[in-house]
Design a protein around this ligand. Structure first.
Ligand SMILES: C[S@@+](CC[C@H](N)C(=O)[O-])C[C@H]1O[C@@H](n2cnc3c(N)ncnc32)[C@H](O)[C@@H]1O
Length: 211
């Protein structure tokens, strides 16, 4: 197991960040600042990394499932859940997206700070590369996620997906719509060099009450 390279704080929470695990960045913090989890929800945190989003969600959620392809991320997130006193509320799974979930596993809220940046062949060869590299158009993982997410949402469930304008926000909104999900931009943050981080919220919206 690699060793922790730094310690990150958010609100009253503390996270050890291991080598080989995504270091929480502006996208993580924009996501965290806009995470409003109500009591009792069932939450899926895909691509959990150091576990920050799942751990914040676990404060009020009934249960969180945290998934990551990267085995070091799973170890790191598990330790951080212990550090922050929410270990018993979170199950950790090393897997790609929904592959190991039961077909009938459904959630109130699905979080994904995705690998969304355009990349060239080989840039996803390391675990850190896997954290950000989204293929030539930056959409390989994002598009797969959107096409597979619907069956895992409760009728009034919601999706929060982070991406960047470098990967085409309109295209993402259209892809959600093709899956009968209503999507809109929930929060944005401008970065230098003509890039804006964009948190997109999508829902089936079949019931009146919202989460
Ligand atoms: C941008 S990082 C976000 C990490 C963390 N959620 C955060 O906000 O700091 C993306 C994470 O997704 C994971 N990941 C990439 N492709 C994945 C896949 N197909 N299935 C599950 N996790 C994946 C990476 O290992 C990485 O931890």
């Amino acid at each position: 197991m690699p060793y922790p390279t730094k310690r990150v704080h958010f609100d009253d929470y503390v996270f050890n960040i291991y080598e080989e695990v995504y270091d929480p960045a502006e996208d993580t913090f924009l996501f965290a600042e806009n995470l409003d989890v109500k009591d009792g929800l069932e939450v899926l945190d895909l691509g959990t990394g150091c576990g920050m989003l799942g751990i914040l969600a676990a404060k009020r959620a009934n249960r969180v499932i945290a998934v990551d392809l990267n085995p070091y991320a799973i170890r790191c997130a598990k330790e951080n859940s212990e550090l922050n006193g929410v270990r018993r509320k979170i199950d950790f799974i090393q897997a790609s997206l929904f592959t190991t979930l039961n077909a009938n596993a459904v959630f109130d809220l699905i979080l994904f700070n995705a690998p969304y940046l355009p990349s060239v062949e080989g840039e996803d060869a390391s675990w850190i590369g896997h954290a950000w590299a989204g293929g030539t158009n930056g959409r390989v993982v994002v598009d797969r996620f959107i096409s597979e997410v619907s069956p895992h949402l409760k009728p009034n469930g919601k999706v929060l997906l982070m991406q960047s304008t470098l990967t085409g926000i309109e295209k993402t909104l259209r892809k959600f719509s093709e899956q009968q999900l209503k999507a809109a931009v929930k929060a944005e943050k401008k970065l230098p060099f003509f890039e804006t981080l964009t948190l997109i919220e999508a829902s089936a919206g079949t019931e009146k009450e919202t989460i």
